[in-house]
Each structure stands twice: as C-alpha cells, then as structure tokens.
Design a binder for this molecule. Structure first.
Ligand SMILES: Cc1cc2nc3c(=O)[nH]c(=O)nc-3n(C[C@H](O)[C@H](O)[C@H](O)COP(=O)(O)OP(=O)(O)OC[C@H]3O[C@@H](n4cnc5c(N)ncnc54)[C@H](O)[C@@H]3O)c2cc1C
Length: 387
C-alpha cells in the first residue's frame, strides 16, 4: 500500500521540533508583538536559523532541499502554538518557489540564500483594486525603455510590503507578436523610486500589515523580470499552488490552536456538577471541529505531495480543495472555541475573539471560497460558467 499521504518519521520529527519552538514563543509573544506594533523578528530569525523557513528551498542555495510538505508542517505547527508567521506563505513558499524554479542564475544567487536563512523577505502582489478575484483583469503593465522596464499600476491588500526587501509584482507585458498582454513577474525592491505604499486600516490583530501600492513608471533593470518573458503564466500557476497549500496550513494551525484552548477550558470550567466539556452540546461541536481540521489537513498533505512530486496540474485541484476545506474548518473551529468560553471567549485576556476576524482571512484570500467552488464546478465537474 502506498503511504504517500501518511507522514514519514522525518515529518513527524520536524512537526515535533517546530511545535517545541512554537511553544517557547506562543500566543503571548504574538500578542505582545502586535500590541507594540512590532514584528515577530525573534521567532522569524530563530525559525530561519533552525532551517525551518528555507526547508523547501534547494540545498545548493542554503535551503533544506525539501518541499511544500515540509514547509506547510512548519507553518501549521507554529500556528497551532498560536504564533503563525504569515510571511512564510509569500516569502519562501511563493517567491522562493518561483525563483528556484524559474529564476535566472543571478536571481537565484541574489535571493535564495537570503530567503532560506531569513535575512531576506519577499512579498507578493497580484490583487488589484479593479480586478479583485478576476485576475485576468489586472492592468499593471510593464513597457520596455531601452534596457529597462517601466512598471505602472496599482495593487491592493498586499501583505508585508513594509518589512519585505522586495515585492514580487504580477504585471503584464505586450506580446511582440500578437500585441496581447501576457502575465510577467517582476522583483521590485522596497525603496525603488515610484514604488509607493500606504497601509490599509484592517480590523486584524496581526503583525503583518496590508498595503495599497501605487507603481508610477517604476524603472527596473532588465534582470528584474523573473525568468522568461514568455513563461509568466506557468510561473504564476506554479507559485499559486504552494500559496494555497500554505494558506491551508495557516488555517489548520489556527483552528487547532483555537480547539486546544477551548478543550483546555472546557475540561476545567464547572458551573453544574461536571465540567462544561462533559455536556455534549459543547463536546460534540469541538469533536466535529477536530475531525474537520484533520480532514482538511489530509487534503493539504495530498496537495503538497502532488506538488512536490512535480504534478502541477493534479496539485492545482487538491490545493484548491485543501484551502477551501481548511478555511471552512478553521472558521467553524474558531467560532465554536469562542462559544465554549462563554463570556471569556470575548475577553482580551483569553485572546480568542480576535481570531474570529483572523480566521476569515483564509476564507477570502488568496482566492475566495466562491472562486474555489467555481473552479471545482468548472474544472472538476465540467459545469458551465456563469461569467
Ligand atoms: C488579510 C489579507 C491579506 C492579503 N494579502 C495579499 C497579498 O499578500 N497579496 C495579494 O496579491 N493579495 C492579498 N490579499 C488579497 C486577496 O487575495 C483578495 O482579497 C481576494 O483575492 C479577493 O479579492 P477582492 O477582495 O477584490 O474581492 P472581490 O473579488 O471583490 O470579491 C467580493 C466577493 O464576491 C465574490 N465573488 C467574486 N467573483 C465571484 C464569482 N465569479 N462568483 C461568485 N462569487 C464571486 C467573492 O468570493 C467575494 O466574496 C489579501 C487579502 C486579505 C484580506
């Protein structure tokens, strides 16, 4: 029997080691970082030093030589300990993957060692105000000017642009033959003239902030274009599968954290003869949440396995399904966890209420629940499109 979706001993050991690191930081560390308007630099640096942030990147560039399976374990376990690192979704997972697979030798040398050892971070910007879920509609455009590119457009909700050394921007260039616009990826360093950002006021208690970006004739050297001008769509596709798997890991981790806090509380809190956790009205929804998180994780493992095995197409369907299942399981788990604590579920002290907002992120980003249902309706079931 194939044990492909069952974790290896190495995976289990990685899980245990990351869980131990997460336990040393935990929710209190994250809450303090957020309160102080700081960033989880200490955790980021330690996770990087232990090889966890670059576990998926090639060994030749300082990475661990593993895949998205390993990277998703790292994010899930940090999340389960209450201290997820959102930038892992974009920096090593999307940007690291795209550069490792498609970057030029110079781009690999410039970025991969730093992404692997955590000294460099890269954000990822695709969403545009007038395109939203319809990424076919993005209008950020690059035109040639001598040996340079001039990039102009707008992006919205881009995470971590302030702390990232550069942002991988999805733009378009004109196909010289057909005149049609095709997607292309550009590395835009944070302080490039004409690259402006303004922070969006989000109702999220997280250290990573979201930004609206304006790119106004941003002049970039020829080597800012990632890989081949004609392979942009493929590169994008390949980067988005790890993003979905990592978002699933983020959601499963958060859901596990919420359930574990609720279980701890429900074993102790007694207002009748038994702890509240003995009432099935409290116990069963927590058991359901636990089951649904486990199921979502199983699909996440399948998606990671397919991706790491080089099956980009197969991974696409599984990664979408995993992201969907994990987000829904997370939203439900957080809701039930908050309810389990009664009034304490809404206090700052117990710190669960803020997860109600945070859990919704995985439902809307990087691709919304509805767009995944559309994908499955059209691609998996062959149903016609409404749009
Ligand atoms: C916290 C956070 C962090 C983010 N970080 C990043 C980032 O780092 N980089 C980045 O590029 N983007 C990022 N995003 C953006 C995110 O990917 C988008 O918000 C998401 O893709 C949805 O786009 P939209 O917000 O424009 O919603 P819209 O596209 O306007 O959709 C609005 C609603 O309509 C629904 N809808 C739209 N079209 C259809 C349809 N055809 N059928 C059925 N329903 C439909 C959607 O599901 C949604 O519920 C982030 C968002 C958040 C909230």
């Amino acid at each position: 029997m194939s044990t492909a979706v069952v974790e290896t001993e190495e995976h289990k050991a990685l899980r245990a080691a990351v869980a131990a690191l997460g336990k040393r930081y935990g929710r209190d560390y994250m809450a303090t970082v957020v309160r102080e308007g700081a960033h989880p630099d200490a955790l980021w640096a330690e996770a990087a030093k232990l090889g966890y942030l670059g576990v998926n990147l090639p060994e030749g560039y300082g990475g661990g030589g593993g895949g998205i399976a390993e990277l998703s374990i790292v994010l899930e376990e940090l999340g389960a300990a209450g201290c997820p690192l959102l930038m892992m979704v974009v920096s090593p997972a999307i940007c690291g993957t795209v550069i490792a697979r498609f970057g030029t030798d110079e781009q690999k040398a410039a970025w991969l060692p730093g992404l692997a050892d955590g000294s460099l971070t890269m954000a990822f910007g695709i969403t545009e105000p007038d395109a939203g879920s319809n990424s076919h509609r993005i209008t950020t455009t690059a035109r040639r000017d001598g040996d340079n590119w001039l990039l102009t457009g707008r992006k919205v909700f881009i995470s971590g642009v302030d702390i990232a050394d550069a942002t991988l921007i999805v733009g378009r260039t004109e196909d010289a033959r057909t005149g049609r616009l095709k997607p292309c990826l550009f590395i835009v360093p944070r302080d490039t003239p004409g690259f402006r950002r303004s922070q969006i006021d989000m109702e999220l208690q997280a250290p990573e902030k979201q930004f609206e970006l304006v790119l106004d004739d941003v002049r970039l050297p020829a080597e800012a274009l990632v890989g081949d001008e004609d392979a942009g769509l493929l590169q994008l596709f390949v980067g988005l599968n790890p993003e979905r798997v990592m978002t699933a890991a983020f959601a499963v981790g958060m859901g596990r954290y919420a359930v574990s806090r609720a279980v701890e509380y429900a074993k102790d809190r007694t207002v009748w003869k038994t702890p509240v956790g003995a009432h099935q009205a409290i116990a069963h929804p927590l058991a359901q949440a636990h089951i649904e998180l486990e199921l979502a994780r199983l699909m996440m493992q399948k998606a990671a396995h397919l991706y790491d095995a080089g099956d980009d197409l197969g991974a696409g369907e599984a990664a979408n399904m995993a992201k969907y299942a994990a987000a829904e399981a997370c939203v439900k788990a957080v809701d039930q966890a908050v309810h389990t604590l009664g009034g304490n579920g809404l206090t700052r002290e117990y710190g669960l209420a803020s997860l109600i907002t945070a859990a919704r992120v995985a439902r809307i980003a990087p691709v919304s629940r509805e767009m995944i249902l559309n994908f499955v309706s059209h691609q998996s079931l062959g149903l016609p499109k409404s749009y």
